[in-house]
Design a protein around this ligand. Structure first.
Ligand code: PLP
Length: 242
């Protein structure tokens, strides 16, 4: 274990977040072990990421293919999985296909088709989540709530892909309480699809909640929270991006 100041800070933050998760779970009458904590690594150095891994994080969320490829070898990956959570261009799929165990940001059938194609090429399978644009925002990718089930039926038929659930990023609000309606709406879609028992679609993972609203997401049924700022501190976008 690293004994330096940064490791101490990372360990503190992980503990604080786990306490908050436990508290929200308790309030919702849920078992905290149902909720997985992801560290969102965008703009962080490999050293910072390895500190949170040393502090017990077992799941990383990556937004950019290039950033992932640049740091992949430097990560302490032994006890850690990597999920892709960012906008993914079809021409970048092949760069990440052998580095991640799940792609959470599947926002179109075209992207799903390309992931399936790369899976066949590399002889692997890929777990995926369908991203839901729950606030019908033009700036965001993802399926409209009303289209998710049909998309799930078609995507589930593509070779190599396994749909494991849904991911969403609600519209930005001043008050996290306002996000709850969006989380609840996503949960309803999740449950509806679950009850349809579609072949090769298992609704297990509901990925929602970030630093500003994860307690609210847990109250509405999230099983995975994606945390950047609360874990690493504010992001510095002035450093050159890859
Ligand atoms: C950046 C990001 C997060 C984490 O955001 P914070 O507010 O820093 O916790 C979560 N999910 C996605 C898809 C992101 O891009």
């Amino acid at each position: 274990m690293m004994e330096n100041h940064c490791y101490e800070q990372a360990a503190q933050r992980v503990e604080t977040i786990r306490k908050q998760i436990a508290q929200a779970a308790k309030q919702a009458g849920r078992d905290p072990s149902e909720i997985r904590l992801m560290a969102v690594t965008k703009t962080r150095t490999a050293e910072e990421v390895n500190e949170v891994i040393a502090a017990g994080i077992t799941l990383l969320g990556e937004n950019r293919a290039q950033e992932l490829c640049a740091r992949y070898e430097q990560y302490d990956r032994k006890n850690c999985e990597i999920h892709f959570i960012g906008r993914l261009q079809t021409n970048k799929v092949r760069q990440i296909i052998d580095k991640v165990t799940m792609i959470e940001s599947v926002d179109s059938e075209r992207l799903a088709q390309e992931i399936s194609r790369q899976c066949q090429k590399h002889g692997v399978d890929m777990d995926i989540l369908l991203e839901v644009n729950i606030g019908d925002e033009e700036s965001k990718g993802g399926f409209d709530g009303k289209d998710v089930e049909e998309a799930a039926r078609r995507i589930a038929a593509l070779p190599g892909l396994h749909i494991k659930g849904l991911m969403t990023i609600p519209p930005i609000e001043d008050d996290p309480e306002q996000a709850r309606a969006y989380f609840a709406a996503t949960k309803r879609i999740f449950i509806d699809i679950k009850h349809k028992n579609i072949d090769n679609v298992s609704m297990e993972i509901l990925s929602m909640g970030m630093s500003g609203d994860y307690p609210q997401a847990i109250l509405e049924g999230s099983t995975e929270v994606r945390i950047g700022t609360a874990l690493f501190g504010p992001r510095n976008y002035s450093v050159p991006q890859l």
